[in-house]
Design a protein around this ligand. Structure first.
Ligand code: PMP
Length: 368
């Protein structure tokens, strides 16, 4: 036996665990990690190069620790797209929304505290909870993957968690969460503790409905987290952000590492924000493709969960992993999130989606 993790004096809760990670396989069509399939437009690539060149001249200095220009521009983007006025003081940014979530759990979770999520949902909420020493509670959903509000209220009243996660649209199911549900859970969480409610809107730009940003009004314990990894087509940039009451922004600064957001990251994100209009046009194309995937999968005879995201959950399979493998054998990589009976496909380019639909048509014929 080779010397491994468990031979090291690692923390007990990490023993026997495996790291998060979708397979990064080299196949022709990769529709497994909810990335945007469109490369950045050439004009934006040029703008990034220009901004990074300027930033490079100052790399002997630490970056702007508070990322003031970037947070100002992110606040403008949120204000313009939601109609809900926000400014610099309401916005905080970090290396991907995963880091935002980590900072929130370091601030509001931690040893002796707990967080709840309604599963199946984004598995990193639970994993980051574990990494920050926060206890994890798995809350329920209905059969159709909507949140069971009364069961959720009951779970909050019983466990009195310090942090409540709500993901809308939800990953991996694509399910949007209505504002009334978030309001009910917020009320339950305040009555129980009070605790923080974190709404993960990583995919909100793809939704048929609106962002829940207006709910921030008068609710200082509500946080909305966002990312440039999906709608902005910039997963490689690693830029996530949150909107909340200014006190929340002050609080996360107690745990953030100094200068966590490099000058190169800030410059690149600012360039991307200058091209928001172009990037949001790709979002419209992807929404059309998502709707086409839903319709065609149903026409083939699959069950499909209603989707507000850039991916679609389809099934049902007696053995989803075996089906995942059959689709992969046809050169298309989708995601098996471990939800029994279901798989998830990310909306790609029209050509990629055609390749996927051809593959699942063949698989369906085989299974009939
Ligand atoms: N939240 C949800 C619901 C996600 O699906 C993802 C990415 N898969 C993230 C957050 C994290 O994204 P990033 O760290 O790239 O911003």
């Amino acid at each position: 036996m080779t010397f491994g993790i468990d031979d090291l004096p690692v923390r007990d809760e990490l023993r026997g665990k495996s790291p998060y990670g979708a397979p990064q396989l080299d196949v022709p069509v990769r529709l497994n990690t909810n990335e945007n399939p469109y490369p950045l437009p050439e004009a934006l690539v040029e703008r990034i190069a220009e901004r990074v060149r300027v930033a490079a001249r100052d790399l002997n200095r630490y970056p702007d620790r508070d990322a003031v220009e970037l947070r100002t521009k992110l606040a403008e983007y949120l204000t313009n797209t939601s109609g809900h006025p926000l400014d610099l003081r309401n916005v905080w940014a970090a290396n991907g929304s995963n880091e935002v979530i980590q900072q929130l759990l370091q601030t509001f979770g931690g040893p002796g505290r707990t967080a709840i999520g309604f599963e199946p949902s984004y598995s990193m909420h639970g994993l980051i909870a574990r990494g920050t020493g926060t206890g994890w509670i798995s809350g329920p959903r209905h059969e159709d993957f909507t949140i069971d509000v009364s069961a959720a209220e009951q779970a909050i009243a019983e466990h009195r968690p310090d942090v409540v996660f709500v993901t809308t649209p939800n990953n991996p199911t694509g399910t949007a969460v209505p504002a009334e549900t978030v309001l009910a859970l917020y009320e339950a969480a305040q009555a129980a503790k009070p605790s923080m409610v974190v709404v993960d809107e990583a995919y909100i730009e793809f939704s048929h409905g609106a962002s829940l940003l207006p709910l921030l009004d008068g609710r200082p314990n509500l946080v909305i987290s966002r990312t440039m990894s999906k709608a902005f087509g910039a997963a490689g940039l690693r830029l996530g952000y949150l909107a909340a009451h200014p006190a929340v922004v002050d609080a996360v600064q107690l745990v953030r590492l100094p200068y966590h957001l490099s000058a190169v990251t800030q410059a690149t994100a600012l360039a991307a924000l200058e091209h928001t209009d172009t990037l949001l046009k790709y979002v419209e194309q992807l929404k059309t493709e998502r709707d086409r995937l839903v319709a065609e999968l149903r026409a083939i005879g699959y069950e499909v969960t209603e989707s507000d995201a850039n991916f679609v959950q389809f099934g049902r399979f007696a053995d989803s992993h075996a089906t995942w493998r059959k689709i992969l054998d046809r050169g298309v990589l989708v995601r098996d999130n471990g939800v029994p009976g279901w798989l998830r496909v990310t909306a790609g380019t029209p050509e990629e989606n055609d390749a996927f639909l051809d593959a699942v048509r063949e698989v369906k014929k085989e299974q009939n």
